[in-house]
Design a protein around this ligand. Structure first.
Ligand code: ZN
Length: 517
């Protein structure tokens, strides 16, 4: 029955009432493109910017900023929601509140985060209940790969809508979520600048999956590299993520679990290597909480958006409820960077290893969704831990020749402090001799390098103008990981030292094992 056509009677009024109540009742203004199109389309960049402006007009709690400019010149908006409002990193710091940052559209074909974060910003900014804003400053960058996002096409035919989405890569053909070590795209450079300025405690990076079929609408992950401050890894893996998953399921019914793919024989639940080229792993190397959110590619678009919205909201609730524990943990992580143990080591390569006990994975057989496939639970090993396969002692400092300005620029871009040697100085150093160089097949327009090297002690004069990178600093672990030649994802890997690499030759960066007397 169409209630709009019937004569006004009690039955009919009841029908109208029932019909009205059955309509979804979200705060609709401003509405996202996903909502306006009844989940058949996604926003172009212009529409994202327009939405952000409308939101700033509608709410006194919103301030708009810019992350930077994309390769093709699009301005990348950030929306800051706070009560009272804040516009600068300085004001945020002064407020004493925890800053939480969520990123949408780093892979622009995976549109759910972009739509969900716009909705979430609106829901937070216009809500009567401002309790989350009592403790948090919430910042979203909804459309990070804006250039890729506007290259609409049938770019993800396996995704359950919308039909037209952007590309994975940016306009340079680079995957922004593999750029966090080399930081060569303007987008990632802008993001790292933002991280240095605003220093968010928690960063949520929103994606959509490509792989395994399962019954989770959201899968998630956190940093896991063995080089990281271990209590931080443990807190995210054992406490934060399971808690956030439970919150999401309780609030929405959507199931969530650790991100993975079925692999191996016997079958295992496997995840990505924990390399800092990826944003959420990189955040761990910065002593901060990085969270990967992956909505399930075969779930309907609407469910993916709502589940991403719910997941990010659950992260915010966790952050507000556990802010003291988070502050304490991040301070300890920073302090351990500034004052590492005298025998501290840094892991350079790692492997994934199973958790002590098998886990239950909610799988599917014969279909890609619970509607088309048969539910099947798998009791299998989950490769959710990591172990170092190569580690070295953390030296007092590294010495980078002045002839590698690109290296120094990269370190400073990450926020690592670098000094200069003022005069020629005789020093006890460690020198790596390069024993083997293996190049991998081209990846991200690079021929990744894998180096084997042997250290030897030497006493030599180091020239004035050489850069000194102390490891006793907040990001000391990251500095070591980037500068060690045998690191699996360091600057040597990404060709920063190619013009000086040769078998049997010295690696140009020296280690200063101890503070000079
Ligand atoms: Zn992705």
């Amino acid at each position: 029955m169409n209630p709009l056509l019937c004569a006004p009677s009690v039955t009919c009024l009841l029908a109208i009432l029932t019909w009205a109540l059955a309509k979804p009742c979200r705060a609709q203004s401003p509405a996202t493109v996903a909502e306006k199109s009844n989940y058949t389309a996604t926003s172009k960049h212009e529409e994202v910017v327009d939405f952000c402006k409308q939101l700033a007009k509608a709410s006194p709690l919103v301030r708009l900023g810019e992350l930077g400019t994309s390769h093709e010149g699009r301005k990348l908006p950030v929306v800051v929601v706070a009560d009272p409002p804040v516009a600068t990193a300085k004001e945020a710091k002064k407020s004493g509140k925890l800053v939480v940052f969520a990123l949408g559209g780093i892979h622009a074909g995976e549109v759910d985060g972009k739509e969900a974060l716009l909705m979430l910003a609106r829901d937070l900014a216009l809500a009567k209940d401002r309790s989350l804003l009592k403790d948090l400053i919430i910042i979203i960058a909804p459309n990070f790969n804006a250039d890729g996002g506007d290259k609409l096409g049938n770019n993800r035919p396996h995704q359950a809508g919308p039909a037209q989405v952007g590309t994975r890569a940016n306009a340079q053909g680079l995957d922004l979520n593999r750029d966090f070590v080399k930081a060569e795209t303007p987008e990632v450079q802008a993001l790292v600048r933002f991280l240095n300025r605003w220093d968010p405690a928690l960063v949520i990076d929103t994606h959509t999956t490509n792989g395994a079929t399962h019954r989770y609408t959201i899968t998630f992950d956190g940093p896991r590299h063995p080089a990281l401050f271990a209590p931080l890894t443990k807190f995210i893996r054992d406490r934060l993520l399971p808690d956030v998953g439970r919150r999401l399921e309780k609030a929405s019914g959507y199931k969530a679990y650790f991100y993975g793919n079925f692999a191996g024989n016997p079958k295992q639940w496997e995840t990505t290597l924990a390399q800092p080229r990826m944003g959420f792993h990189y955040l761990g190397f910065r002593n901060r909480i990085g969270i990967l959110s992956e909505s399930y590619v075969y779930a309907p678009y609407r469910d993916r958006v709502l589940a991403t919205h719910g997941f990010v909201r659950a992260c915010l609730e966790f952050a507000a409820d556990n802010q003291e524990a988070i502050r304490k943990l991040l301070k300890e992580a920073d302090d351990s960077g500034r004052s590492p143990a005298p025998d501290a080591r840094v892991a350079l390569r790692h492997k994934l290893v199973p958790l002590p006990k098998p886990v239950t994975i909610l799988g599917l057989e014969g279909g890609k969704t619970p509607a088309t496939g048969k539910a099947k639970d798998f009791q299998i090993d989950y490769l959710g831990r990591t172990e170092a396969t190569l580690s070295v002692t953390l030296p007092y400092a590294y010495l980078v020749p002045a002839t590698f300005p690109g290296v120094v620029e990269n370190l400073q871009r990450h926020g690592i402090e670098v000094e200069k040697l003022r005069e020629d100085t005789r020093l006890d150093v460690e020198v790596y001799r390069v024993d083997g160089i293996a190049r991998q097949k081209p990846f991200q327009k690079h021929a990744l390098v894998n180096v084997q090297a042997t250290p030897a002690k030497d006493n030599r004069t180091v020239k004035a103008g050489t850069y000194i990178v102390h490891t006793r600093q907040r990001l000391g672990r990251l500095a070591a990981f980037l500068l060690e030649p045998q690191s699996e994802d360091g600057l040597c890997t990404w060709n920063f030292f190619d013009n000086a690499l040769g078998e049997g030759q010295e690696f140009p960066v020296l280690r200063l094992p101890a503070e000079p007397k």
